[in-house]
Design a protein around this ligand. Structure first.
Ligand code: TMP
Length: 213
């Protein structure tokens, strides 16, 4: 089973990934958690390059190719081997994020993004993509609070620094993707409490829980 979590900044996906992992452990299901960007050793270097607030001169096309490069490495080194080993794989963001952020957010060509995703993923897509949807203001307030709690001294990454309008476009983009691929996407209301969202995820996964992979 291959599941991705998607959503704007502060939608709570990392918390939900952790809760799902604990749930699968209790059920005795072996799983792996991974992320994009940064799911491999090289990917971590790419992630740093992408998110560094010092890299404001980065061209949109450079950014797009770096996400694709991270994805190609991740597929080869993590995703494909895990799926071949019939492991549950939980991915914190995947190729939909490129359509949402670089496509709908930045206005890069969606056909080009589709082609790049096709090559980078090698046609491997999650069976289930969980979109944690919430209003942009709520998400960004949460992301900022997390930053303060982690004493990051107000240092926002390149994406968190973007305007509300950019994040609105990303949110709308995700909702469009969910409408475009209804068989794969489930939209969850991320303004509900952490436990409520987790319960809904468990309900969605219940039919798959007998699968060990
Ligand atoms: P994260 O903090 O949720 O791990 O995501 C890192 C940032 O990268 C986040 O702002 C979303 C952005 N991103 C893209 O712009 N395009 C992509 O393809 C991916 C995977 C992430």
């Amino acid at each position: 089973m291959f599941i991705s979590f998607e959503g704007i900044e502060g939608c709570g996906k990392t918390t939900q990934v952790e809760l799902l992992a604990q749930f699968l452990s209790r059920r005795g299901i072996s799983y792996m958690i991974t992320r994009e960007p940064g799911g491999t050793r090289l990917g971590k270097i790419i992630r740093k390059m992408l998110l560094d607030p010092d890299h404001n001169e980065m061209e949109p096309l450079t950014e797009l190719f770096l996400y694709a490069a991270d994805r190609a490495q991740h597929i080869a080194q993590v995703v494909r081997p895990a799926l071949e080993a019939r492991q549950w794989l939980i991915c914190d963001r995947f190729a939909d994020a490129t359509a949402a952020y670089q496509g709908y957010g930045r206005g890069q060509d969606l056909t080009l993004i589709q082609q790049l995703n096709h090559w980078a993923t090698g046609g491997l897509w999650p069976q289930l993509s969980l979109l944690l949807d919430c209003p942009v203001k709520i998400g960004l307030d949460r992301a900022r609070k997390r930053m303060m709690d982690n004493s990051l001294d107000g240092l926002e990454d390149r994406f968190e620094q973007h305007s509300l309008a950019f994040h609105e476009k990303v949110r709308e983009g995700y909702l469009k993707l969910a409408a475009q691929y209804p068989n794969r996407f489930e939209i969850l209301d991320a303004t509900l409490g952490i436990e409520r969202v987790h319960e809904q995820i468990v309900i969605l996964l219940e039919p798959h829980l007998t699968e060990k992979s």
